[in-house]
Design a protein around this ligand. Structure first.
Ligand code: ADP
Ligand code: MN
Ligand code: MN
Ligand code: MN
Ligand code: MN
Length: 420
């Protein structure tokens, strides 16, 4: 028998979004195919005061320096330079658009643009609650560059740190201190693997596909679910997966979660400061992909009160020493170091996390530091395989889905190895 209508997980059929006309639109595609005439679109992305990503773009002309670097290693381009016998054609190059786009292949974008090649920019911090109106400029200092999966080659995504005009890091720039910690302890080769859980919402802020006047059937069929009425909006998950792979973000998997409309993706293992960079850019990609489907992304750790799982950002961690024979001793030593820092860690692990860390729904209690092998009701889980082979990694299950990965990875390091 079919469920009563108010208990059905309902996914309306997909169509062209009535709000933004995003879809396979011939009107739009006509313009997207136009030649860029040698300019590159660079989408600068930063983190705002609420832990959301913001972005704006600027067009950059190819620089002489980046052209020379390329031409030195590229036979076709070298031939063109040599045939004219001077560096003159180098400057003329961008006007021969076929050759120019040869130069601007994906390979060049990945290997060619370094954050330090890209201009420092700024934005109006008074509009994002990151600066006062009478001194509103916040600087954007590029810190990581990725191929742009939305606009394609040769365009780029530029992750940027926020800095105040007086040369101090902006209040919401948690990357700067994290990077210092990662540099100081680089010899331990810290690897992180973050499991980002999130919830898709419709435009009325209901979990996507949930019936308007009620709730879907209780949890059970949805985790890693397959089939209509078990999962919704798999298109977003797949599109996001591809976007990450295209951009070189080390996404390692995805799965549907316990609460309907909740999903997870994992990024890692990634070493040091690149972990926070990649996770933030993957969040930006997710919000950006979902925008095209007119779907909202919530990173709130308890999006629905009651008998519904919360959302976390389990943080898997290992050092060089933990990953080899005898590693278990290093894991246990690290857990002993983490224990007295429990409260301090919780402060870094996201807002509203007390709604999630109740000791139920596969969480440990927020008041207690506990660990166990294969135990999902603890603060820290040691995976079965790590315990069996005597080395590997551990999983900190405490961070909320809205935690800042720079803060999480930093406090793990300073708790274990000491503050700077
Ligand atoms: P779970 O069983 O908790 O759902 P997942 O498969 O979702 O685990 O995520 C495990 C994460 O652990 C992945 O992101 C993976 O990259 C990461 N990981 C694997 N090995 C290590 C390691 N040695 N150090 C740190 N992270 C690791
Ligand atoms: Mn303006
Ligand atoms: Mn997982
Ligand atoms: Mn999960
Ligand atoms: Mn996990």
């Amino acid at each position: 028998l079919p469920s009563p209508p108010e208990r059905r997980l309902y996914a309306p059929p997909r169509s062209i979004c009535p709000l933004c006309a995003h879809a396979d639109s011939p009107q739009l595609n006509k313009y997207l195919k136009l030649d860029q005439k040698g300019s590159i679109m660079a989408e600068y992305v930063w983190i705002d005061s609420t832990g959301e990503t913001r972005s704006k773009s600027r067009a950059l002309a190819a620089t002489l320096a980046s052209w020379l670097r390329h031409a030195a290693n590229c036979m076709p381009c070298l031939r063109i330079s040599l045939s004219t016998g001077s560096t003159e054609p180098v400057i003329a190059m961008p006007f021969f658009s076929d050759e120019f786009f040869h130069y601007n292949t994906l390979k060049e974008v990945e290997g060619g643009y370094k954050p330090e090649d890209l201009p420092v920019w700024n934005f109006d911090g008074s509009s994002t609650n990151q600066a006062p109106g009478d001194n509103s400029d916040v600087y954007l200092r590029p810190c990581a560059v990725y191929p742009d999966p939305f606009r394609g080659t040769p365009n780029i995504i530029v992750l940027a740190e926020c800095w105040n005009p007086d040369g101090t890091p902006n209040k919401f720039n948690f990357r700067h201190e994290c990077a210092k910690v990662m540099e100081t302890y680089a010899e331990h080769e810290p690897w992180f693997g973050l499991e980002q859980e999130y919830t898709l919402l419709d435009l009325d802020d209901r979990p996507y596909g949930w019936p308007a006047g009620g709730f879907p059937a209780p949890q059970g069929p949805y985790y890693c679910g397959v089939g209509a009425s078990k999962v919704v909006m798999r298109d977003i998950v797949e599109a996001h997966y591809k976007a990450c792979l295209y951009a070189g973000v080390k996404i390692s998997g995805t799965n549907a979660e316990v609460m309907p409309a909740q999903w997870e993706f994992q990024v890692g293992p990634v070493e040091g400061i690149a972990m926070g960079d990649q996770l933030w850019i993957s969040r930006f990609f997710l919000s950006r992909v979902a925008e095209e489907f007119a779907v909202k992304v919530s990173f709130h750790p308890k999006p629905v009160k009651g008998a519904w799982n919360g959302a976390g950002m389990h943080s898997n961690f290992s050092t060089k020493e933990m990953r080899v024979e005898g590693g278990m001793a290093h894991i246990e030593a690290a857990l002993k170091k983490l224990e007295p820092h429990h409260e301090e860690c919780i402060k870094e692990y996201g807002e509203d996390n007390e709604q999630r860390l109740t000791g139920s729904y596969e969480t440990g209690s927020i008041d207690q530091f506990t660990w166990g092998v294969a135990n999902r009701g603890c603060s820290i889980r040691i995976p079965r395989e790590t315990a069996a082979q005597g080395f590997g990694y551990f999983e900190d299950r405490r961070p909320a889905s809205n935690a800042d990965p720079y803060r999480v990875t930093k406090i793990l390091m300073t708790s274990i190895f000491g503050k700077l």
